[in-house]
Design a protein around this ligand. Structure first.
Ligand SMILES: *[C@@H]1O[C@H](CO)[C@@H](O)[C@H](O)[C@H]1NC(C)=O
Ligand SMILES: *[C@@H]1O[C@H](CO)[C@@H](O)[C@H](O)[C@H]1NC(C)=O
Length: 373
């Protein structure tokens, strides 16, 4: 071997040995391993023995659900799913897992963590540790389907890299943190099916990258902030089953990619904004079970393509809009339980609709209902 090559090999050996010293002999830093063990000790999972692999030094290659960044050697992902898609559950023949305990704040010692997924374990309780907001690299926080309680941490807005925040199907209470709209990387927000109360922050529209905002089945009150009109990437807004009041901001009609809007079962009043019904791309609109009034804006056209248009259980009056006849497609239409009156249009979007779509109005006639006199 040539001398310079030999010295290079020696140098390489020294470098690798030094790196191994820093990380412990295994490739998992001792401090990360200790944090994981502390995290594990606050949880209990007996059906699958998911944690049985969490022994020995090498948390980076042997421990189920843990992975490390190959460059830094630090723990980057902790991903434990209690639903059947997870391979360990598929192999076990069980339909789902069950885990008890709490999320230990010791997890926050993993300060290179990018992903924390702890989903569908049904019984994990206690709060989301507030220190989670001090993890600067966190991109995915997915805790759906547990029994977590207490609020979304106040400083959540500090997580400038966070793209996914999902705490749906828990018992989260308190209000939406005022810092939340500062999550400048957020793409997917799911807070649905919790006990969250109070208003939607007025500057919610600052979430410029947000594509899905799912806040249904909570106790959210106050109005829909007009700033939502600035959300260039918002495709899916679900605020159903809350206590939201006031008028629907017309600015929602200028959200360019909005395709699904569910505002049903709230306390909304006023008229349906013309800009909303004439917007292109909206395929699902549910305003059922509110107190919307006035006439339905007659602004449909060949750009209208609705898989579902549900305006039932409101105080809407006047006729069924004539331009609905010109819509490219109307799959499911529900105008029942309003105060509509007059002949039901007859063109193709109407030929497959049943009487139930028009039931309990003041004086609709024709089509699937008895003929007009
Ligand atoms: C969040 O950011 C604020 C303002 O920069 C700071 O005062 C606070 O300590 C941060 N919180 C955490 C948990 O890092
Ligand atoms: C609209 O919302 C109502 C009330 O929440 C619900 O019963 C109905 O199924 C929804 N309509 C569609 C088409 O999903």
């Amino acid at each position: 071997m040539a001398p310079h090559l030999l010295s290079f090999v020696l140098l390489l050996v020294v470098v690798v040995a030094a790196a191994a010293c820093v990380r412990g002999s295994s490739g998992c830093p001792t401090s990360d391993r200790d944090a994981l063990l502390a995290f594990r000790s606050a949880l209990s999972e007996k059906r699958l023995g998911m944690f049985s692999s969490w022994t020995g030094d090498d948390c980076c290659s042997q421990w189920y659900g843990v992975s490390c960044d190959p460059t830094t050697g630090r723990v980057a992902d902790v991903s434990l799913r209690g639903e059947s898609q997870d391979p360990i559950i598929a192999r076990s023949g069980l339909s789902r897992g069950l885990m008890y305990g709490r999320i230990s704040p010791e997890i926050c010692r993993l300060d290179r963590l990018t992903t924390l997924i702890l989903t569908d374990w049904k019984q994990i309780s206690g709060p989301v540790p507030p220190c989670i907001t001090s993890l600067p690299f966190l991109r995915i926080l997915d805790l759906v389907g547990n029994r977590l309680s207490g609020p979304v941490p106040d400083d959540i807005g500090n997580l400038s890299r966070l793209t996914v925040l999902n705490v749906a199907n828990n018992q989260i209470s308190g209000s939406i943190p005022t810092s939340l709209p500062a999550l400048s990387s957020l793409v997917h927000l799911d807070l649905s099916n919790n006990q969250i109360s109070g208003p939607i922050p007025g500057d919610f529209g600052n979430l410029r990258r947000l594509s899905r905002a799912l806040l249904s089945r909570n106790r959210i009150s106050g109005g829909i902030p007009s700033s939502v009109g600035h959300m260039a990437r918002l495709a899916d807004l679900d605020l159903a089953h809350n206590r939201i009041s006031g008028e629907i901001p017309g600015s929602l009609g200028s959200v360019p990619v909005l395709s699904s809007l569910s505002l049903d079962s709230n306390r909304l009043t006023g008229q349906i904004p013309t800009a909303l019904l004439s917007s292109r791309g909206l395929g699902i609109l549910n305003l059922s079970r509110n107190a919307m009034e006035g006439e339905i804006p007659d602004v449909f056209g060949s750009h209208s393509y609705y898989t579902a248009l549900d305006l039932s259980h409101n105080q809407l009056s006047g006729p069924v809009p004539k331009t609905l006849e010109t819509a490219a497609f109307v799959g499911h239409l529900d105008l029942s339980q309003n105060h509509l009156c007059g002949p039901i249009p007859t063109a193709s979007p109407f030929d497959h609709l049943e009487a139930a779509s028009f039931a309990n109005n003041d004086c609709l006639c024709g089509g699937p209902l008895p003929a007009c006199k």
